[in-house]
Design a protein around this ligand. Structure first.
Ligand SMILES: NC(=O)c1ccc[n+]([C@@H]2O[C@H](COP(=O)([O-])OP(=O)(O)OC[C@H]3O[C@@H](n4cnc5c(N)ncnc54)[C@H](O)[C@@H]3O)[C@@H](O)[C@H]2O)c1
Length: 267
C-alpha cells in the first residue's frame, strides 16, 4: 500500500517537465493518474511543447508502476476539451482527489513591444486555464466531500520579473485564485495551495534560454537569483513538494504559498 493508494490525480501539462515528474511520483506512491496536455506545438512561445508520444509513454510508465492511467490531449483554454478530459477521468476512476494545475507557458517580452496576442496567450493559458480546469473538476470534489488543488505559480507569482510582465501578472493572478478558492472551497473540505519554484530544469527552461540566444546556465548566472549554489532545481524537487502538499500530512494546509526557490526570494 502506498500513501496514495486509492487516490486519483488529474495533472495538466503532464507530458513532460514538472507535470510528468509529479505524475510519476504520485503513481509510484499508489495514485491513478489522469494526464492532460496540449501535446502539440501551439502558436506561442516558440519552444518545445509536450507531444502525443510523451503522453503515451507516460501512460506506459504509470501502468508499469501498477497504476491506472488516463491520457487526454487538449488545451487548457478549451473548455470543451477540458470537460471531455474530466468526464473521461470520472468514467475511468469515479473521482478526482488531487488536481495539479501545472500547465503554463513563459516567454520574455519588453512592455513596449508586447503584442496583444502575446499578452492574451499568457493570461489565457496561465490564469484562465487553471480556472477552466478547476471549475470542471471541483463539482466532483464537492460531491466527494474532499480534495486538494495545487496551483503551479512561480517565484514570479510573489515578485516581479524583468521583461516578464505578462507572465508575472498571470502568476500573481494564480496566487490570488489560490487564496479565493481556499476560502470558497474550505467548507467542502477542499484544500487549495500554490507552489512557487525558482528556475526548474525542464524543456521550458531550455526553450526560454534558446529564445534568448543563450544557454540555461548563462541565463541562471546572469540573473544570479538563487542563494544556494545551484542554477536551478530539478523536477523531482517539485514533485516531492507536490506529494507532501497532496497528502494527509498537509491535511490542515490551505490557502498558503510554498516557495521552492533555493533562497531566491530572500534577496
Ligand atoms: N521551468 C521553470 O523554470 C518554472 C519555474 C517556475 C514555475 N514554472 C511553472 O511550472 C509549470 C510547468 O512548467 P515546466 O517547466 O514543466 O514547463 P514545460 O514547458 O517544460 O512543460 C509544460 C507542459 O505543459 C504543456 N502545456 C503548455 N501549454 C498548455 C496548454 N495551453 N494546455 C495544456 N497543456 C499545455 C506542455 O505541452 C508541456 O508538456 C508552468 O506553469 C510554469 O509556468 C516553471
Amino acid at each position: 500500500m502506498g500513501e496514495f493508494t486509492g487516490k486519483t490525480a488529474f495533472i495538466t501539462g503532464a507530458a513532460h517537465g514538472q507535470g510528468r515528474a509529479a505524475a510519476l511520483l504520485l503513481a509510484k506512491l499508489g495514485a491513478d493518474i489522469a494526464a492532460f496536455d496540449v501535446a502539440r506545438q501551439i502558436e506561442y512561445p516558440a519552444y518545445e511543447f509536450g507531444d502525443a508520444k510523451e503522453l503515451e509513454s507516460l501512460k506506459e510508465e504509470v501502468e508499469a508502476l501498477g497504476q491506472r492511467a488516463v491520457i487526454a490531449s487538449g488545451d487548457v483554454r478549451d473548455d470543451r476539451a477540458v470537460r471531455e478530459a474530466i468526464d473521461k477521468t470520472i468514467s475511468a476512476f469515479g473521482k478526482i482527489d488531487i488536481l495539479f494545475n501545472n500547465a503554463g507557458i513563459c516567454a520574455y517580452a519588453a512592455l513596449d513591444s508586447m503584442t496583444d496576442d502575446e499578452w492574451n496567450a499568457m493570461i489565457d493559458i496561465n490564469l484562465k486555464g487553471p480556472f477552466n480546469v478547476t471549475r470542471r473538476a471541483v463539482p466532483h470534489m464537492i460531491k466527494a466531500g474532499r480534495g486538494v488543488i495545487i496551483n503551479n505559480s512561480s517565484v514570479m507569482g510573489l515578485r516581479g520579473g524583468n521583461r516578464l510582465s505578462h507572465y508575472t501578472a498571470s502568476k500573481w493572478g494564480l496566487t490570488g485564485l489560490t487564496k479565493a478558492w481556499a476560502i470558497e472551497l474550505a467548507p467542502h473540505n477542499i484544500r487549495v495551495v500554490s507552489i512557487h519554484p525558482t528556475g526548474v530544469n525542464t524543456p521550458m527552461n531550455d526553450g526560454l534560454a534558446a529564445m534568448e540566444g543563450s544557454t540555461p546556465l548563462e541565463i541562471a548566472e546572469r540573473s544570479a537569483g538563487n542563494l544556494l549554489p545551484v542554477p536551478w532545481v530539478e523536477t523531482e524537487d517539485v514533485a516531492n513538494l507536490v506529494v507532501w502538499l497532496a497528502g494527509d500530512k498537509a491535511r490542515y494546509v490551505t490557502g498558503a504559498q510554498f516557495v521552492l526557490d533555493a533562497g531566491l526570494l530572500s534577496r
